[in-house]
Design a protein around this ligand. Structure first.
Ligand SMILES: Nc1ncnc2c1ncn2[C@@H]1O[C@H](COP(=O)(O)OP(=O)(O)O)[C@@H](O)[C@H]1O
Ligand SMILES: [Mg+2]
Length: 288
C-alpha cells in the first residue's frame, strides 16, 4: 500500500474540501472542514455519533448543499455543476450507505444490473457478464438469483457493494459499512474493502466509528470533533497515539488526549469530562 501511495503523491487529489460549513437551522454541524483525498487511498473519517460524518458524505456526493465552502471532485467544483454535470460525476462513484437497501423484489443480479440498465446503453448480454463479474468480486456469484430476503446481513452488504461497483467507480463512499454486523462478518467486509482497493485501485472514503475496522482499512484517517478536523494523518500516526501508555499520554495536549480516548474507547478522559461539564451546565439552565 505504502508504495502505491508514494507513487501517487505527485498526482492531484481526487477530492478537495475547503472551509466546509454546514448548518441545519440554528445548529452548526460542520464549522470549517478542510481535507484532501488522494488517488488510490482509503481515507477513514471518524468521530462521535452525531458529529456530522454522514452529513459530510452527503455533501461529498452532492446530495445536500454546504452552507458555505468548496468541494471539488476530480478538479471540478460541485457548486459549478448543473444537474447533468452532477449526474456525470456521480457515475464516477459508488456508494454503500447505511440505508443503502437493496430492492427487495429483485434478485441480487437484477439489483446489480439496475445502474447498468439505467445509465448505460449496453447490450443485455454484456450487462449479464458485468453483473457476474461484480458478484464474483464480492463472492456472491452463486447467489445471483436469490432475493435479498433469502440472504444474511453480511451478504446484503456484499450485494450492495457489488451494486456500488456496477459502473466501475473511481471513488467508493461507505457509510458505516460494518454497522449491524457481527464481528466476524464485519472483519470479512473489511477484508473485502481492502481487497477491492488493491484489485481495482479505487479511492475510498469510509465513515466508521469501529476502530478495529478503521485501523484495518485506512491509509489515512481524519478525526472530526465539534465540527472541525481535530487531526488528519496516516494510520501509523493514529496508531502511535492509540498505543501510548497512560504515563506517555500525560504529556499530550488536550487534542491528543481527546483523540487517544476516542481511539481506545476509554470510559474516562477529556471527551467524557467535557460531556459531564456540558450536562451540568444544561442541568443548571434547565432548572432556572
Ligand atoms: N436533514 C437534516 N436536518 C436537520 N438536522 C440534521 C439533518 N441531517 C443531520 N442533521 C443533524 O446533524 C447532526 C449530524 O448528523 P450526522 O451527520 O447524521 O452525524 P453522524 O453521521 O456523525 O452520526 C445531527 O445532530 C443530526 O441531527
Ligand atoms: Mg452517520
Amino acid at each position: 500500500m505504502s508504495d502505491e501511495n508514494a507513487a501517487d503523491a505527485g498526482e492531484p487529489p481526487v477530492i478537495v474540501v475547503e472551509n466546509l460549513i454546514k448548518r441545519f437551522g440554528e445548529q452548526t454541524v460542520l464549522s470549517g472542514v478542510n481535507l484532501e483525498v488522494r488517488p488510490g487511498e482509503t481515507l477513514v473519517i471518524m468521530g462521535g455519533s452525531g458529529c456530522g460524518k454522514s452529513t459530510m458524505l452527503r455533501m461529498l456526493i452532492g446530495s445536500i448543499q454546504p452552507t458555505s465552502g468548496n468541494i471539488a471532485l476530480f478538479g471540478q467544483a460541485l457548486s459549478s455543476l448543473d444537474e447533468d454535470g452532477l449526474d456525470a460525476i456521480r457515475r464516477k462513484f459508488g456508494i454503500l450507505f447505511q440505508s443503502g437497501a437493496l430492492f427487495q423484489s429483485m434478485t441480487l443480479a437484477e439489483n446489480v444490473a439496475l445502474p447498468l440498465r439505467e445509465h448505460t446503453t449496453l447490450d443485455p448480454n454484456i450487462i449479464d457478464i458485468q453483473v457476474k463479474i461484480k458478484l464474483e468480486l464480492v463472492g456472491l456469484r452463486e447467489h445471483a438469483e436469490k432475493l435479498p430476503s433469502e440472504i444474511s446481513g453480511g451478504m446484503k452488504k456484499r450485494a450492495g457493494l457489488a451494486r456500488a461497483l456496477a459502473l466501475d467507480p473511481r471513488i467508493l463512499f461507505y457509510d458505516e459499512p460494518s454497522a449491524g454486523l457481527d464481528p466476524v462478518t464485519s472483519a470479512e467486509i473489511d477484508q473485502l474493502i481492502l481487497d477491492l482497493t488493491r484489485k481495482l485501485g479505487v479511492t475510498s472514503v469510509v465513515v466508521t466509528h469501529e476502530m478495529d475496522s478503521a485501523f484495518t482499512i485506512a491509509d489515512r484517517m481524519v478525526m472530526l470533533d465539534k465540527g472541525k478536523v481535530l487531526k488528519i494523518g496516516t494510520r501509523e500516526e493514529f496508531d502511535h497515539l492509540r498505543k501510548l501508555s497512560d504515563e506517555q499520554a500525560a504529556g499530550l495536549d488536550e487534542e491528543g488526549r481527546i483523540i487517544r480516548q476516542f481511539l481506545r474507547g476509554d470510559p474516562i478522559g477529556p471527551i467524557t469530562e467535557r460531556r459531564a461539564v456540558t450536562g451540568f451546565a444544561e442541568d443548571l439552565l434547565g432548572s432556572v
